[in-house]
Design a protein. Structure first.
Ligand code: SF4
Length: 84
């Protein structure tokens, strides 16, 4: 069974905090309100909620893949328009 990891691209994230609200088990916020993502493999029972959170990120800053600790690359995100 493959493992999946959640990543945030800090160059795209604008601190909407939506991910922390949707996934409090995996996402905490730093002192400035930006997300800190758990580096652990995603629990299988959270798969649907994680995918919904990735799709809901207004800045397209969240990615889901099978690589631990991998930073998301901008060219894999598609067009994004962080609005602040
Ligand atoms: S929802 Fe997206 S833009 Fe908002 S804090 Fe999370 S990763 Fe950043």
């Amino acid at each position: 069974m493959s493992r999946h990891y959640l990543h945030v691209d800090p160059t795209l994230c604008v601190g909407h905090r939506l991910c922390a609200e949707m996934l409090p088990e995996l996402v905490t916020l730093d002192d400035f309100g930006y997300p800190i993502i758990s580096p652990d493999p995603l629990p299988h029972d959270l798969g649907r909620r994680v995918r919904r959170s990735v799709g809901a990120c207004p800045a397209l800053a969240l990615t889901l893949d099978g690589t631990p600790g991998r930073r998301a690359r901008r060219d894999e995100q598609g067009p994004g328009t962080p609005s602040g």
